[in-house]
Design a protein around this ligand. Structure first.
Ligand code: ZN
Ligand code: MN
Length: 478
């Protein structure tokens, strides 16, 4: 029997404010435990929360980035539960009256374009952190009251690949719009997928489980794959899936039950009496819209139209705002959009991956790369030399011309000089020459390779091809 997978996703993205959502404590990451706390975020009796306006500004941006409808009025609600790292005994969240609803993103997965609907977006506060040590548990309340943007999808995802594509897309949209750093390692972008399986073409939903503790996109993919396999295994044996929350163990590569899943009733939601309803009117939204940047999906589409590059490359080049800016700045200095798209997605990203750096940290700036392309275009250097020069540019942070003169890296374009090299290669390889005349024409490439090697990569390949062909013809006639 075939099975179908249905995945819904809940994301918590940390809004990039300097201070917390209901008090003025710092949101600094990595501070000593319990230094960014005050009576409000510690939930002392008698204190009152005050909503941080910047949180709302960023949430408006986030809702616009996911093309959602911002509700004119939303309300905060108390979600009660007891946990050592939640000193108030409840989390201020939103429940029936969400901040925004009905958004969507378009994802590209396995060569298919698909619309994933976003059901709602809520504002809420984070809890603290329990640190489990050998014989004791400690709590750090620095994270209490950090503003979170909760994003819940409709169950539109049907595979781990789609789930990952969705997360990448949402992350890119939020980062572009400056809503969140979405740094997964710092816990600024967390996701909890829920997953169920059912026999293909059935219209009844299966029992779902929720996965927690997925700290990277790889973990999301592996965790989901594990859980889907487990559920299908149960159904095949005629057993039932139990609704529960599972904790992914990246080391063991398996998920273990954490607790049975709470239902909404368990949280005893009620409207937060200490906060007035949040009113976001049209002028406020319009004001935020004014300084929204071009969103990455729009930008990728424009790249394809304006620069005639492949959609895949456009996706890669718009993966971060900084990379897309880098590309466009370089085109502005040397107009070769296709050549530069190829170069950036292979050489530039390859170098960045190898060194583990970001585009902001890359020392080869757009003006340096444009200069390199000028030199290729005027025939001073070939592509092979350019690769070597690029690495030097990236190490030293200087332009291509400096490296060329420093290393004496000029392309050999002198026909006499090239002819001498070619004649030497031919006389050094008499057997290959004979076999070439005997019909083994593929050896032409071998001769070119030998000449390039003899020139230590500096020969102009186009001229080598021309002169070599001419010389082989002359010698044949002899
Ligand atoms: Zn505080
Ligand atoms: Mn939440």
């Amino acid at each position: 029997m075939e099975y179908e997978t249905i995945i819904g996703m809940e994301i918590h993205a940390q809004l990039a404010t300097r201070t917390k959502v209901f008090c003025s404590c710092s949101t600094e990451f990595g501070a000593s435990p319990n230094v960014h706390v005050c009576p409000v975020c510690l939930g002392m009796p008698g204190v009152l929360p005050v909503l941080n306006e910047e949180v709302v500004n960023l949430a408006i941006r986030g809702a616009l980035a996911l093309r959602a409808t911002i509700q004119g009025m939303s309300r905060f609600a108390r979600k009660s539960y007891f946990y050592p790292d939640l000193p108030k005994g409840y989390q201020i969240s939103q429940y029936e009256e969400s901040f925004a609803t009905d958004g969507y993103v378009m994802i590209d997965s396995q060569r298919k374009r698909k619309k994933i609907r976003v059901k709602r977006m809520n504002l809420e506060e984070d809890a603290g952190k329990s640190i489990h040590e050998a014989s004791t548990t400690l709590v750090d309340f620095n994270r209490c009251g950090i503003p979170l943007f909760e994003i819940v999808t409709m169950p539109d995802l049907n595979s781990p690949e789609e789930a990952v594509a969705y997360l990448r897309t949402v992350r890119r949209q939020l980062q572009y719009a400056g809503v969140s750093s979405c740094d997964m390692e710092k816990g600024h972008f967390r996701c909890e997928p829920n997953v169920s399986v059912r026999p293909a073409r059935s219209d009844k939903l299966g029992t779902r489980t929720e996965l927690k503790n997925l700290n990277s996109l790889k973990a999301v993919e592996r965790g989901l794959r594990f859980e889907i396999k487990r559920q299908i295994g149960l159904l095949k044996e005629g057993k039932h899936v139990v609704q529960q929350t599972l904790l992914w163990d990246e080391k063991e590569q398996k998920a273990a039950p954490m607790r049975s899943k709470e239902e909404a009733e368990d949280y005893r939601y009620f409207i937060e009496p200490d906060l007035v309803p949040l009113i976001v009117d049209t002028p406020w939204i319009e004001k935020v819209k004014l300084d929204m940047p071009e969103l990455p999906d729009e930008r990728a589409e424009r790249f394809v139209k304006e620069y005639s590059i492949r959609p895949y490359d456009a996706q890669v080049l718009t993966s971060t705002r900084e990379l897309a800016d880098y590309y466009e700045k370089t085109i502005g200095l040397h107009r070769d959009p296709i050549g530069l798209a190829n170069w950036i997605s292979t050489e530039v990203l390859g170098y960045m991956n190898e060194k583990g750096i970001t585009i902001a940290e890359l020392k080869a700036r757009p003006e340096h790369l444009a200069e390199l392309f000028d030199l290729i275009a005027d025939g001073s250097i070939n592509k092979k030399m350019a690769k070597e020069i690029f690495v030097e540019m990236a190490l030293q942070g200087v332009g291509a011309k400096v490296i060329v003169s420093e290393k004496g890296l000029r392309q050999v374009t002198d026909e006499k000089e090239l002819e001498e090299m070619i004649l030497r290669v031919l006389s050094d390889n008499p057997n290959e020459v004979e076999r070439y005349y005997g019909g083994k024409e593929a050896l032409f490439g071998f001769f070119v390779g030998q000449v390039m090697k003899a020139s230590r990569g500096k020969a102009n390949p186009k001229l080598v091809n021309e002169i070599l062909r001419r010389q082989l013809d002359i010698q044949r006639r002899k």
